[in-house]
Design a protein around this ligand. Structure first.
Ligand SMILES: *[C@@H]1O[C@H](CO)[C@@H](O)[C@H](O)[C@H]1NC(C)=O
Ligand SMILES: *[C@@H]1O[C@H](CO)[C@@H](O)[C@H](O)[C@H]1NC(C)=O
Length: 407
């Protein structure tokens, strides 16, 4: 008896000690700061600080701070940066704390870099601080001729997150990106909150957040108003949770486009809640191309959505082919399958007549689509009657659906 109790006591003390150790280590190991000013950065809004930023990062990245964090600090002031890539893996958890403003070049000879600000191969990254990144896109947008020139050079996205795991991004502002604001590629467990992304409505390709090949991504309490999609979920996006996002102006929140004729593609597990769209071109959109590879979109729930003066509030386009250069499948059962999609509790106003527009193909009809409690009206007085269109859609509707007629 005594020895069992003793053993248990020992075990308990052991576990307790381990916990206490962890607790003390994580709370008492102070963060170590790497201020970019100490690495030669000059906040005059003109000097290129790429080198100073890289140096600060590299020092911080190799500093072993046990359970503590290493903080790369960009204090207040305006820091011009031509291009910088923050690489991991790092020895301790990394924080990039932006208090000031990082400004992109306005000189066209410096535009066409792959990355403006990039984070790559980092586990446990935190980006925060309430600062702003200014892409100075107004100088670059005239160089975006990708609508007419197939060989166009692409402008850099403002902030790239590639291969980031267990990360958090919060309290950050991005304005006037040259291309998209943020892209996420091959990330897992990344939470983005309280960010604000802005660019003028007419600025080309200024997507808010583009997600590809990434899992367990959370975006919440953010405001995104740009010239392209507020959020775009591309192939490989899985378990994406978006809530309390205000979108507008812009092209709405989209899944796709999917189906590019070179590989199987998918988007699976998208939850969008409590979001508002103001004067956007689209609201909730799924766009897939007529593809030759079997691909799919599944498990999507849009709920608690307010539309204010949105052109296409609910739209599925399974034959999306804006340039008319799509490869049409020869075999049946090819293409992008869309199933298990729920549109629930959606209200507000539409600018166009077809407020619900779900267009699927005859070969692969959309499956298990649910419409639940939808109430959309014209945003201005119109003599026309608002309609809904569902083509090749299999599913059900519950509650009041306005405009009715679908499913
Ligand atoms: C992101 O949020 C989810 C859900 O709140 C949480 O479980 C997860 O640990 C968070 N991830 C990070 C890296 O903070
Ligand atoms: C819904 O979103 C708004 C902002 O768009 C936010 O203020 C509110 O707290 C959110 N509600 C919930 C329940 O998250």
């Amino acid at each position: 008896m005594a020895s069992v109790a003793g053993g248990l006591l020992f075990l308990f003390l052991h576990i307790f000690a381990a916990h206490a150790n962890n607790y003390i280590a994580s709370s008492s190991s102070p963060p170590k700061f790497f201020n970019v000013l100490s690495y030669g950065a000059i906040p005059d809004g003109q000097t290129d600080n790429s080198q100073a930023f890289s140096k600060a990062w590299n020092e911080a990245c190799k500093w072993n701070n046990r359970n503590g964090q290493n903080v790369v600090l960009v204090p207040s002031g305006t820091f011009m940066v031509n291009s910088v890539l923050f690489m991991g893996p790092c020895r301790s958890r990394m924080v990039f704390m932006l208090r000031g403003v990082i400004k992109a070049p306005s000189n066209p000879s410096l535009f066409f870099t792959d990355t403006w600000i990039g984070f790559r191969y980092i586990n446990g990254l935190v980006v925060k601080g309430g600062g702003t990144i200014d892409g100075q896109g107004n100088f670059a947008w005239p160089y975006n001729d990708c609508f007419t020139n197939r060989q166009c050079k692409t402008l850099p996205v403002s902030m790239r997150f590639d291969f980031i795991t267990n990360g958090r991004v919060r309290n950050l502002r991005s304005i006037n990106s040259k291309n998209g604001h943020f892209t996420l590629y091959s990330c897992n467990n990344l939470n983005i909150t309280k960010i604000r992304l802005t660019a003028p409505e007419e600025s080309p390709n200024t997507d808010g957040i583009k997600i590809g090949m990434s899992t367990n991504i959370k975006i919440s309490h953010s405001i995104i108003g740009t010239g392209d999609d507020c959020i775009a979920m591309l192939s490989g996006s899985e378990n994406i949770d978006i809530s309390s996002v205000l979108c507008g102006p812009g092209h709405g929140i989209s899944i796709g486009s999917l189906g590019n004729n070179v590989a199987k593609e998918f988007v699976r597990g998208v939850k969008l809640r409590n979001c508002t769209f103001v004067s956007t071109q689209n609201g909730l959109r799924i766009k897939t191309r007529p593809s030759s590879f079997p691909s799919f979109v599944s498990d999507v729930i849009f709920s608690g959505i307010t539309m204010a003066n949105v052109n296409n509030p609910l739209i599925i386009d399974q034959q999306y082919c804006p340039q008319g250069n799509c490869f049409y499948q020869e075999e049946r059962n090819a293409g992008v399958m869309i199933n298990d999609v729920t549109f629930m509790n959606i209200w507000g106003t539409s600018r166009s007549e077809v407020a619900i527009n779900l267009q699927c193909s005859e070969d692969i009809p959309c499956q298990n689509v649910k419409l639940v409690n939808i109430n959309l009206a014209y945003s201005s007085t119109s003599a026309k009657q608002m309609v809904s269109k569902c083509v090749n859609v299999k599913g059900v509707s519950y509650g009041r659906i306005q405009p009715s007629g679908c499913l």
